[in-house]
Write a protein that binds this ligand. Structure first.
Ligand SMILES: [Zn+2]
Length: 399
C-alpha cells in the first residue's frame, strides 16, 4: 500500500534521471516510456510505465520528456533598482568593468526590507516558472554590517543556499583604505551575516579583491563554518581559480580566462561525488550581457573537470533568470553537447552546492522535476527562446 497523497507522473516518453546506476541510459540516466512516483515530497519509485504502482493522483505526461528541476547555483537576487541604461550604453560600445555594482549598492541601501523581499520573491517565482527548483542567493549589494545581514536574512526566507558576498566590491566610502574594509568583512560583518549564510564568496578580480584579501576573507568564513565559493577569472587571467582549489571551494565561478595550470588544478580535485572536488561553474549570461568571449567548457570537460551552468542573475552583468537560455548558449557558444549542458544545469549545479538531494531523480531525492513541452531534452538547446516548461513540480507539488 502506498501512503495517501501519492502522485504518479505517467506516460513519460523520455525520463532524464541523472542517476546512471548500472550505466545504461548514459550520464543522463535516461529511461524511456517511464513513470515516476512521488510520495511525501520525494521520489519514491522510478521505472517502466507499464509496471507503475497505483497512486492517489496522476499526471499524464503525454509522451513528453521529464527532467530534474534546474539547480541555479549562482544568483544575486537581493537588490534594488535596475541598470537597463548601463546595458544599453554597453551595447553601444562601452566596456564592462564591474564598477556599476556601486550603483546597485546605493539603491539597495536605500530600499526598505519590503522592497528587497518583493524583488527576491518576483525573481524566485520567475525562475520557478522556467523550471528552476533550487536557487542559490547571494548578498553583496549592501556592503555595510546591517545591509549585508538583512540581505541574507531576506535571502534565507527563499533559499537554503545563501551566500555571504560582503566582498563583492570595496564600497566607495572605503575606496582608499581597502585593508580596513577587509577587516570589517572578517569581523563584525561576518558575525552578523553568518547566522543566515551557508556559504562565503569573494569577487577575486582586478578592481575588486586581490588574492591576499580574498584568501583572508575566505579563511575567516571557513573558520565561521561557511563553505567556500569564489568569483574567479571572469574579466581576465588571475589567481582566483587556484585560490579556490587551495581552499577546497565547492565551486569556482565564471572561469572565463583560464591557464593550463588552472584547468589542471581543477581536474586534480576529481569529478566524483566526493566532497573534495571543485566544480567549474560557467555563467554564459554574463558573457552574453557584456558582449565578452565565452568560457571554453569543452576544454574543461575534456580535462575531466566537473562543469555546472548557472544564470548569475543580477541587475548589472546578467539580468536573466533563465536556465534554458544558459543551456542554449552553452551548446551554441561553449562547445557543450545538449546532454552535457542539461546535466550541468541540474546535477552539475547540485554538485556545485554539494547537495545530493536535488538535480537527480532517484528514490529518496526531492521530487523537483519539469515536464517539458518537448519529446526530448535536446529541444532545450535546439529550440532556444521557446517556452518549453509545461509543468514544474517542486517538493512534489505542482506549481
Ligand atoms: Zn556573480
Amino acid at each position: 500500500m502506498r501512503g495517501s497523497g501519492s502522485l504518479l507522473v505517467d506516460n513519460i516518453g523520455e525520463l532524464v534521471t541523472n542517476a546512471s546506476g548500472d550505466g545504461t541510459g548514459g550520464p543522463l540516466g535516461i529511461h524511456r516510456d517511464a513513470a515516476l512516483l512521488v510520495e511525501d515530497g520525494q521520489v519514491a519509485w522510478v521505472g517502466p510505465a507499464r509496471g507503475a504502482p497505483a497512486a492517489d493522483r496522476r499526471i499524464d505526461a503525454g509522451g513528453a520528456a521529464v527532467i530534474p528541476g534546474f539547480v541555479d547555483s549562482h544568483a544575486h537576487l537581493v537588490f534594488a533598482g535596475d541598470r537597463a541604461a548601463e546595458f544599453a550604453a554597453r551595447m553601444a560600445g562601452q566596456p564592462y568593468t564591474g564598477g556599476g555594482i556601486r550603483t546597485t549598492v546605493g539603491a539597495t541601501r536605500a530600499a526598505p526590507d519590503s522592497e528587497l523581499r518583493a524583488t527576491v520573491r518576483r525573481l524566485r517565482d520567475e525562475a520557478l516558472r522556467q523550471g528552476t527548483t533550487t536557487i542559490e542567493i547571494k548578498s553583496g549589494y549592501g556592503l555595510t554590517v546591517a545591509d549585508e545581514a538583512r540581505s541574507l536574512r531576506i535571502a534565507a526566507e527563499f533559499s537554503e543556499d545563501t551566500t555571504f558576498l560582503g566582498a563583492h566590491v570595496v564600497p566607495a566610502e572605503y575606496a582608499d583604505r581597502p585593508d580596513d574594509y577587509v577587516g570589517m568583512v572578517c569581523g563584525p560583518m561576518l558575525a552578523a551575516a553568518a547566522p543566515y549564510a551557508r556559504w562565503i564568496d569573494v569577487f577575486c578580480e582586478r578592481g575588486a579583491f586581490d588574492v591576499d584579501h580574498a584568501r583572508a576573507i575566505l579563511a575567516c568564513g571557513q573558520a565561521a563554518g561557511l563553505g567556500v565559493r569564489v568569483h574567479a577569472n571572469q574579466l581576465g587571467p588571475g589567481p582566483g581559480v587556484q585560490l579556490g582549489v587551495e581552499l577546497g571551494a565547492a565551486s569556482v565561478d565564471h572561469c572565463t580566462h583560464l591557464s593550463d595550470a588552472d584547468v589542471d588544478a581543477l581536474a586534480a580535485t576529481g569529478t566524483g561525488d566526493g566532497a573534495a572536488s571543485t566544480v567549474a561553474t560557467l555563467l554564459p549570461g554574463a558573457e552574453f550581457s557584456t558582449r565578452s568571449p565565452y568560457p571554453d567548457a569543452r576544454r574543461l570537460l575534456d580535462a575531466g573537470v566537473t562543469v555546472a551552468l548557472a544564470t548569475d542573475c543580477n541587475p548589472g552583468s546578467s539580468y536573466t533568470s533563465s536556465m534554458p537560455f544558459c543551456i542554449a548558449l552553452a551548446v551554441r557558444e561553449m562547445r557543450m553537447t545538449p546532454a552535457e549542458a542539461v546535466w550541468a544545469a541540474t546535477a552539475g549545479g547540485a554538485r556545485a552546492l554539494r547537495r545530493d538531494d536535488v538535480g537527480v531523480l532517484r528514490p529518496g531525492a526531492r521530487a523537483d522535476l519539469i515536464v517539458l513541452d518537448a519529446p526530448t531534452h535536446l529541444h532545450l538547446a535546439y529550440r532556444p527562446g521557446v517556452p518549453l516548461i509545461r509543468q514544474v513540480l517542486h517538493n512534489g507539488v505542482p506549481q
